[in-house]
Design a protein. Structure first.
Length: 177
């Protein structure tokens, strides 16, 4: 590049730099927004683990291809296999929806605080693709919100989802009156 070309290049770069600075200084700052995950949003985490679902045990419990069982954190579906409660209203529907969502599919799991429950099941938040399964089950009326500290990261999200399902008579809120 000759001297004239270099000078034009430097002038052009300076003009672009100046325009960039102008737009930065004159643009309005973006507001800080707290984003709550929805079923369509994935939450990235360094603790994420991927697994294949071998079978669905019930509406809130699955078995992975390696034999481990996983209990969804923050939600509780009607019972199917309880020794004293038997099959509860909407238990079969919750299990069938859970099967449709995850059985035979790759899921992403994230831990909160606790590793396992008293039955040695992993406690996890679960995504299948872009669907946040725990939240989806509550929002569509297949599950109730159930908080068990210290695993409370999405407590407000699950509470709002279950409230929306109840207000709109979805799922168990319609069938189990």
């Amino acid at each position: 590049m000759n001297k004239k070309g270099l000078i034009l290049y430097v002038i052009f770069a300076a003009i672009l730099f100046g325009i960039g600075i102008y737009f930065i200084k004159t643009s309005h700052p973006l507001p800080t927004i707290l984003v709550t995950p929805t079923p369509q949003q994935e939450v990235a985490s360094p603790s994420a683990e991927f697994a294949i679902v071998k079978r669905v045990v019930d509406g809130d419990t699955i078995e992975l291809s390696d034999g481990r069982k996983v209990r969804y954190i923050g939600v509780d579906t009607p019972e199917l296999h309880h020794p004293t409660k038997g099959v509860q209203c909407f238990g079969k529907e919750a299990m069938e929806k859970n099967k449709q969502l995850v059985e035979g599919k790759t899921i992403r799991m994230e831990k909160d605080v606790s590793e396992t429950d008293r039955y040695k099941r992993l406690l996890r938040y679960v995504w299948q693709g872009d669907i946040f399964i725990n939240e989806y089950l509550a929002r569509e009326g297949y599950a109730l919100q159930a908080t068990f500290p210290p695993d409370v990261s999405y407590e407000k999200l699950f509470t709002a989802a279950a409230q929306e399902a109840r207000e709109n008579n979805r799922g168990l809120w319609n069938a189990c009156k």
